[in-house]
Ligand binder design. Sequence first.
Ligand code: UT7
Length: 328
Amino acid sequence: MGRAAVLTGIGSAVPDRVVTNDAFAARMDTSDEWIRSRTGIRERRLVEPGTATSDLAVLAGSRAMKSAGVADVDAVVLATTTPDHPCPATAPTVASRLGLGAVAAYDVAAVCSGFLYGLASAAGMIALGTAERVLVIAAEAFSTIIDPDDRATAPIFGDGAGAVVLAAGEQSQRGALLGFDLGSDGALADLIIVPAGGSRMKTGASPSDHFFTMRGQAVFKHAVLRMAESSRTVLARTGWPVDAVDWLVGHQANVRILRAVADQLGLPREKAFVNVERFGNTAAASIPIALDDAVAAGLVNPGDRVLLTAFGGGASWGAVTLEWPDPA
Ligand code: UT7
């Protein structure tokens, strides 16, 4: 076993602007009742026009470094679906604005699974000795790719960022990332897609081609199956029986999905941490925002065995295990 990647700090940042379900109901054919009962969401945070993903990423990244008690890292990995520009990657801008110097910096694109792919990528750099310390940020100004008039997506997504610091250490240390499982199925690429703006279709026939679309029901089914399956795989790799898990911190897409994953695993639903009611689905950022929230609320504590899992566009999915670390 090579060097372990150990989580040593966490931080998050969400926009100040709170948008309630009633604000959507006032301007489209939906209701607070529908949104709450179908998703669990009560409100979300949305950026003001002009705020970009890097603005949220810098805030979350600086908070994670403060929490880890470090002033520098060797690399920045940014998971995002909404980079500041199609080219170049946003991570170098974030690294520069954090005053980190000439560090390695790149983006990871795996939509809602992006944070877990970012962790795996950073853990790989640490295992190789390419880096001693990596800042992994997941940040989304997701509302910038959402059609504000589409009731099928606009009330569901939110904006925000979360970040962690990973440092080289021992597998036996609290905070060590213990197991990984990652997967994808490109045959499902059209379930979650922004059709235009890339090399396949630079400019869409209609403005709506530049907005995010999702086949919700199909995504729901695949999400439950893949998150449960990936969780079982990573638990087996880690050597944890299901009842060893203290907290399931899953991608916060929908409270019904999180409960269904817990049910499929045979985990009591109370062990599935849920904060989708306050932030909506923040895509890649949802897991680190949820973790930071759960720690701040005194729910996830040092030594707790935590299972992370996500499913998102691609399709892509993954799961990670760790024991929650002591504060730096
Ligand atoms: O983050 C990446 C992963 N994403 C996910 O995991 C999301 C997975 N999918 C979901 O969470 C759910 O599928 C949604 C929340 C997106 C939708 O919930 P659903 O229970 O699957 O609803 P549905 O799409 O089957 O739609 C049920 C009905 C439809 O009307 P009809 O055809 O039954 O007359 C929709 O047109 O609800 C209608 N509907 C709405 N009604 C009021 C869809 N959106 C809304 C809305 N307000 N906002």
